[in-house]
Write a protein that binds this ligand. Structure first.
Ligand SMILES: O=C(CO)[C@@H](O)[C@H](O)COP(=O)(O)O
Length: 234
């Protein structure tokens, strides 16, 4: 089944700014409670940071954990695979119930087959790009993406400082992407950086510290949403 490319927007509500809680800073000892707290805070989705200790110097979790949480919630699952050889593992993430799967252009430099496989599996296909990778590496594949994710830190860890130089890439992408394609930004997104990212054209904002370091997730997400909405680019 090839999904309607606008399904992500149907799930998330057009191109309004959406905050994506990064499931890297949750209390893993109490994961079910964390998911309930995010549901109560009206999160639209969960962003799963999958790290393999190879493509990035950190190890997080895999499809097995995501599949177990899938049984607890119907929230949209946005999986970000920071892994080498994603072509070997993508079927596991489809089977785990991910609604969107994003792979890195640095890990899959010829991603046509993998993007097609993600779509054929009924999920949205995304490509991510690291801060220092030229945009030209992504360009041949943009028309095969439902989602494009720009890293605004070196991937691997939460709590890093936002790299404002990636905003040129966000602006360039927004001008090239079809209107239905979600442009996401990930790393160092918080109250002092989200407005600039929104003004540059990002519409999906992955945030870890800015949500999980605040006691009330709803307040943290609403504040981020408001800041992003008030600075939408013209
Ligand atoms: O993918 C990554 C890091 O590799 C991000 O999703 C971060 O985990 C976001 O955390 P903050 O920068 O918002 O704390």
């Amino acid at each position: 089944m090839v999904p309607n490319p606008s399904r992500l927007d149907a799930a998330l509500g057009s191109q309004i700014p959406v905050i994506a809680p990064s499931m890297l800073k949750v209390d893993f000892a109490d994961l079910a409670t964390e998911v309930s707290r995010l549901e109560e805070a009206h999160a639209h989705l969960l962003h799963w940071d999958v790290m393999d200790g190879n493509f990035v110097p950190n190890l997080s979790y895999g499809a097995m954990l995501i599949a177990s949480v899938r049984k607890r919630t119907s929230l949209f699952f946005d999986a970000h695979l920071m892994i080498a050889h994603p072509e070997k593992y993508v079927d596991e993430y489809l089977a785990a119930g991910c609604d969107a799967i994003t792979v890195h252009i640095e890990a899959a430099p010829e991603p046509a087959e993998i993007l097609q496989r993600i779509r054929a599996g009924g999920a949205h296909a995304g490509l991510a790009i690291n801060p220092h990778t030229p945009l030209s590496h992504l360009e041949p594949w943009l028309d095969q993406c439902d989602l494009v994710l720009v890293m605004s830190v070196q991937p691997g860890f939460g709590g890093q400082k936002f790299m404002p130089e990636v905003l040129d890439k966000v602006r360039a992408l927004r001008s090239r992407l079809a209107p239905h394609v979600r442009l996401s930004i990930d790393g160092g997104i918080g109250t002092t950086t989200i407005a600039a990212a929104s003004a540059a054209g990002a519409r999906l904002f992955v945030a870890g510290s800015a949500i999980f370091d605040v006691s009330d997730y709803a307040i943290a997400m609403r504040q981020l949403e408001q800041l992003a909405s008030s600075s939408l680019e013209c």
